[in-house]
Design a binder for this molecule. Structure first.
Ligand code: FES
Ligand SMILES: [Fe+2]
Length: 444
């Protein structure tokens, strides 16, 4: 439960809000490189942290991100001409480069030098692993990009995006709430083979939890009996400001990072960064038809893109058609009857069904919600500490803090879960070969 004030502080990310200011300290995934595929190609509308921006790839191949409204008299730069290393407003022809400098002002006499006094608001962009990252903060020199392992495996990793129509934290909370797995994502008539992670989960739907604060955010271990002398542990993380690592797959092998990037207070872009070995083990993004790959996972069906601010990476199954729920299937095949998009669509349905920004003052939180509670408080406290004491939150300056991994593991019952998994939780190490023998598990 949160007071309405705290709920607002947690959810709202516009410029000048405490959480918005916190987010602006970090690099953010803004768009895929393939959304601006060619030099001097068509500009693209991008909304990020409540700001309307225009992305464009200039002649030399760099990506620029400029505020939508032209600093002259406010025409949208979406209509701009992308030419010779800059974007030219079509109203009076002022032209801006990637740094925001006005490099041409043909509507003014050359001798006035007025153009040297005018700047467009732009944000620096860096491309890595097919992703355009941007820094919307005010520091003269931006911090380092975070060490996101599956975004730093050249030629190997996979990036995927899906739009979610609700507040970012509401969406993120689904990733750190493992207790829903045995309900929301349950399918009937499936007999997981003995000794697999799935088998242990099917046998015991109510895990116990350990939750800890970490240098990078929060972590939990959810454990349930495996064999007589062992527990099956599902270990997952929240990493400032909006990253998660989910407990599916095998700890030490799975390499997956997810991000819940606020487009505005009521829309969130889900990003998934995955290494190839993760896909085969986790299966979360491999559809029933086995289709995977590309930036759009085969298991969900995408609506046609539009050029609107929120027009890309939307799904066909949405609140307007009740996520294509099948009531007959709900009796016989799956807990939800929402079957046309796997676990992802089920998560999408329930988190969007709370409304765009859920008023958390009406909640009733149980012991299984401890990770959610602690993560909210980390975020709220960090936003307050930044606002009141200029205290810099975790991970801004320390790219290496993100070198973590998540997943499942079988441990002796008397093992200390953090001690026993120290090595497997380290990112950027070669995965051990014996992991191939470990049984796979379903999505989170
Ligand atoms: S409004 Fe853009 S140049 Fe005049
Ligand atoms: Fe889920």
């Amino acid at each position: 439960m949160l007071s309405p004030e705290d709920n607002d502080l947690l959810c709202r990310v516009g410029a000048g809000t405490p959480m918005g200011d916190l987010m602006r300290l970090y690099w953010l995934p803004a768009l895929l490189s393939e959304e601006v595929p060619v030099a001097d190609g068509a500009p693209v509308r991008v909304r990020l942290l409540g700001e309307d921006l225009i992305a464009f790839r200039v002649t030399s191949g760099r990506v620029g991100l400029v505020r939508n409204t032209c600093p002259h008299r406010g025409a949208s730069l979406f209509y701009g001409r992308n030419e010779e290393e800059g974007l030219r407003c079509v109203y009076h022809g002022w032209k801006f480069d990637c740094s925001g400098a006005c490099v041409d002002m043909p509507s003014e006499p050359a001798e006035t030098a007025f153009k040297d006094k005018v700047r467009a608001v732009t944000y620096p962009c860096v491309e890595r692993g097919g992703v355009v990252w941007t820094y919307m903060g005010s520091a003269a020199s931006p911090p380092p990009l975070p060490d996101i392992e599956p975004n730093m495996m050249p030629g190997e990793s996979q990036v995927q995006k899906i739009m979610r129509e609700c507040n970012w934290m509401q969406a993120l909370e689904g990733d750190i709430d493992t207790s829903h797995f045995g309900f929301l994502h349950r399918t009937f008539g499936r007999q997981p083979s003995q000794g697999t992670f799935d088998y242990y989960m099917e046998k015991e739907r109510t895990p116990r939890y350990k939750v800890v604060d970490t240098e990078f955010g929060t972590s939990y271990g959810a454990y349930r009996p495996a064999e007589e002398d062992t527990y099956y542990w599902r270990i997952a993380h929240f990493l400032f400001p909006f990253f998660t690592m989910i407990p599916t797959g095998v700890l030490g092998v799975q390499i997956v990072v997810r991000a819940w990037v606020p487009l505005d207070d009521e829309h969130t872009m889900f990003w998934s960064f995955m290494a190839p070995q993760t896909r085969t083990l986790e299966g979360a993004f491999v559809g029933a038809n086995g289709q995977a790959g590309g930036t759009r996972p085969g298991m969900v069906e995408y609506a046609e893109d539009t050029q609107d601010w929120l027009g890309r990476f939307r799904l066909i199954a949405n609140a307007g058609n009740d996520y294509q729920i099948d009531r007959e299937s709900q009796k016989t095949r799956s807990f939800t009857g929402i079957d046309n998009g796997g676990a992802f669509l089920q998560d999408q349905a329930v988190t969007e069904s709370m409304g765009a920004i859920f008023d958390r003052s009406g909640e009733h939180l149980g012991s299984s919600d401890e990770m959610v509670i602690r993560t909210r408080h980390r975020l709220i406290n960090a936003a307050r500490a930044l606002r009141d004491n200029r205290e810099i939150p975790p991970g801004v300056e320390e790219a290496a803090l993100y070198r973590q991994r998540s997943g499942g593991i079988i441990l002796p019952r008397d093992a200390d879960w953090l001690e026993a998994t120290r090595e497997q939780r380290k990112g950027f190490v070669k995965a051990k070969a014996e992991a191939e023998a470990v049984p796979a598990t379903g999505g989170g």
